[in-house]
Design a protein around this ligand. Structure first.
Ligand SMILES: NC(=O)C1=CN([C@@H]2O[C@H](COP(=O)(O)OP(=O)(O)OC[C@H]3O[C@@H](n4cnc5c(N)ncnc54)[C@H](OP(=O)(O)O)[C@@H]3O)[C@@H](O)[C@H]2O)C=CC1
Ligand SMILES: O=C(O)C1=N[C@H](C(=O)O)C[C@H](O)C1
Length: 268
């Protein structure tokens, strides 16, 4: 085995399979372990078989017993699962790349606390293109800082359980920070009925769920006589997986600290 030793949890999920495929195809990183929940049909199966590639790793449900085989866990599961894995990784000194979205403030605080002991990359979107968009949004908001109404529209597949997406929320945070606003105070999540005229200090969010849409995000700066739109559309989950592997490599040799993809990509 060479390079960073990666473990994937949620092996049978949409992102879990993509991460296994990307890791097995990576020339540098190696797949050290794959996990899923007890009772998952993937447990006991060869991880490579899940994605049609050769591998010697068998999907296990013994997370605490086997996670020390890895330098870094890549976790795209659910907040409650990620927070359990976080405790074990902290106990055993294993770094984490966390892609899971939908955390409450307490969950985010637990991740920040664990990052005092282990290195963590925590980001709602690992795709390079989306992280470029975050930078573009900061610039756009600073220039279009008066007379433009900001609306964020996101669309995802029918199986997604959290809304708005973590990415849309981060986009809102970036725009709000650039404008000196507090997103908690100015976000409007959907509209219905007699809403009254639009308050210019608000940032609006709209959510679409359907079919197999991988992930679309569109931020609209709507002025009088012109409109600027900054959009990203994912056609595959592979950019998220490749970004996660970059993040795992970034963590190699780090003792602790909380990072996001802006750090990994050198965009700060
Ligand atoms: N940061 C980024 O770039 C991206 C983030 N995401 C986020 O990643 C997460 C996963 O997305 P996706 O792969 O589509 O989801 P899936 O539902 O396809 O996969 C989730 C996996 O996690 C497992 N799981 C669910 N709950 C738990 C738990 N409590 N403990 C342990 N394992 C659990 C599931 O097991 P089981 O089948 O048994 O339920 C499944 O294997 C979401 O939060 C999504 O928003 C997605 C894409 C990109
Ligand atoms: O659940 C998904 O699929 C995705 N989730 C992330 C989010 O909530 O922003 C990232 C990406 O949009 C795909």
């Amino acid at each position: 085995m060479s390079g960073v030793r990666v473990a994937v949890v949620g092996a049978n999920g949409r992102m879990g399979r993509m991460l296994i495929e990307a890791t097995l195809k990576d020339g540098e990183a190696s797949l050290a372990a794959a996990f899923d929940r007890p009772g998952s049909p993937a447990v006991g199966r060869n991880a490579g078989e899940l994605v049609g590639l050769p591998s010697e790793v068998v999907v296990s449900d013994d997370f605490a017993g086997q996670i020390a085989r890895a330098d870094c866990l890549i976790d795209f599961t659910r907040p409650e699962g990620t927070l359990e894995h976080l405790r074990t990784c902290r106990d055993q000194g294993v770094g984490m790349v966390i892609g899971t979205t939908g955390f409450e403030a307490e969950g985010k605080a637990a991740i920040a606390a664990a990052a005092k002991d282990i290195p963590i990359v925590f980001a709602p979107n690992m795709a390079v293109g989306v992280n470029l968009v975050f930078k573009l949004l900061d610039t756009a908001a600073k220039i279009l800082n008066q007379g433009y109404d900001i609306e964020i529209v996101e669309a995802h597949h029918r199986h997604k359980i959290d809304a708005p997406s973590g990415t849309a929320l981060r986009m809102g945070e970036v725009v709000a920070a650039a404008l000196g606003r507090d997103l908690k105070a100015c976000a409007v999540y959907g509209r219905e009925g007699v809403t009254g005229e639009r308050d210019p200090s608000t940032i609006g969010f709209a959510t679409v769920r359907g079919g197999d849409i991988v992930g679309d995000h569109n931020v609209m700066f709507c002025g009088l006589g012109e409109r600027v739109e900054i959009a990203h559309r994912a056609g595959s989950r592979m950019p998220y997986a490749l970004g996660s592997l970059r993040a795992a490599r970034f963590l190699a040799g780090k003792r602790n600290g909380l990072y996001d993809m802006q750090d990994v990509l050198g965009l700060r």
